[in-house]
Design a protein around this ligand. Structure first.
Ligand code: NAP
Length: 289
């Protein structure tokens, strides 16, 4: 079977194209705060800035030195929280080692109305209510939903297995599938027999960071396979799914790179537009955010 390739570059271009009109009329902006010089972060930020350019959106890369103190980082966050010209901002993760233990506090310091990564408890909690409350969803799970929608892949009634239960990818992704009426199983490091679950999946989404974790014998014939993992190896970027063997069985599959990655960036841009729309609405009504 030749599977349908779920091309995130193509789908993200379509999404970005659809956002241009709103960007032109609303004039939102994105600021990315980077602390230190993690090479992967530098490359991700470059992609985000490039996508801002594609849609004509204002953007700023606030690059802080690696030895920035927590107090200095909080001061930058407070300035961005209160600057009316900044629609949304993110603090690029990971933070340097001396700050990494404070990630929850850093996320909590961001004004939920400007939290375009969708990582704060307020925005995650809203997602928990229903699909209609996914106002600023985390960019990667949101990108997965939009990729599946672009290729008309039905979710309702499907058996979905999500591997990985991080707060930024696996858990919100499971919630978004549940919001679309899938029957969802979430697996993680403590799952006793991973293959027993993955073999049942109509849609299998994997977000772990272990190249080759999912082999063909763990996948049902005809399954839709979404590989979110990205690991830099000596032979290039690798996903969690053994693409060559699994694509012999899957009906549709994402490549790595070029699958979920570009959708994540496009979803971040979409969140900036949404944040601006909701900020304007909340200026009119106290309770609209
Ligand atoms: P993370 O926080 O490290 O979470 C990994 C998850 O996988 C955890 O829930 C972990 O469980 C679970 N896990 C670890 N080993 C496992 C195993 N052998 N079997 C089943 N589950 C296992 O990572 P993340 O931030 O969610 O990211 C996951 C992957 O997606 C990474 O490769 C990351 O680079 C990639 N990613 C890609 C994009 C994109 O745009 N494509 C965006 C974000 C992340 P425990 O916590 O219990 O150990």
């Amino acid at each position: 079977m030749t599977p349908l390739l779920l091309d995130g570059r193509k789908a993200s271009q379509a999404l970005l194209e659809s956002l241009k009109k709103d960007v032109a009329s609303l004039n939102p902006s994105l600021t990315v705060v980077q602390v230190g010089d993690d090479p992967a972060s530098t490359s991700y930020i470059a992609q985000k800035m490039k996508s801002c350019d594609t849609v004509g959106m204002r953007h700023e890369h606030r690059h802080l030195p690696a030895d920035t103190t927590l107090e200095d980082l909080f001061a930058v966050i407070e300035e961005l929280n209160t600057n009316p010209d900044v629609t949304g901002f993110i603090v690029q993760l990971p933070l340097p080692v001396h700050l990494s233990q404070y990630v929850p506090q850093v996320i909590r310091a961001i004004n939920p109305m400007k939290d375009v990564d969708g990582f704060c408890a307020y925005n995650l909690g809203k997602m928990f209510l229903s699909k209609e409350f996914e106002h600023l969803p985390p960019a990667t799970p949101s990108g997965v939903m939009q990729l599946l929608a672009f290729y008309d892949i039905e979710i309702e009634g499907k058996d979905v297995v999500v591997v990985g239960h991080s707060n930024t990818v696996g858990k919100p992704l499971s919630t978004m599938f549940l919001n679309r009426n899938a029957t969802v199983t979430t697996c993680h490091i403590h799952t006793k027999d991973l293959a027993r679950h993955t073999r049942e999946a109509d849609i299998l989404a994997v977000a772990v960071g272990k190249p080759g974790l999912i082999s063909a014998d763990m996948v049902k014939e005809g399954a839709v396979v979404v590989d979110i993992g990205i690991t830099k190896t000596e032979s290039g970027l690798k996903g969690d799914v053994d693409f060559d063997s699994v694509s012999q069985k899957a009906s549709a599959i994402t490549p790595v790179p070029g699958g979920v990655g570009p959708m994540t960036v496009a979803s971040l841009i979409r969140n900036c537009v949404r944040a601006k729309q909701r900020q304007l609405e909340s200026e009119k009504s106290e309770n609209s955010f």
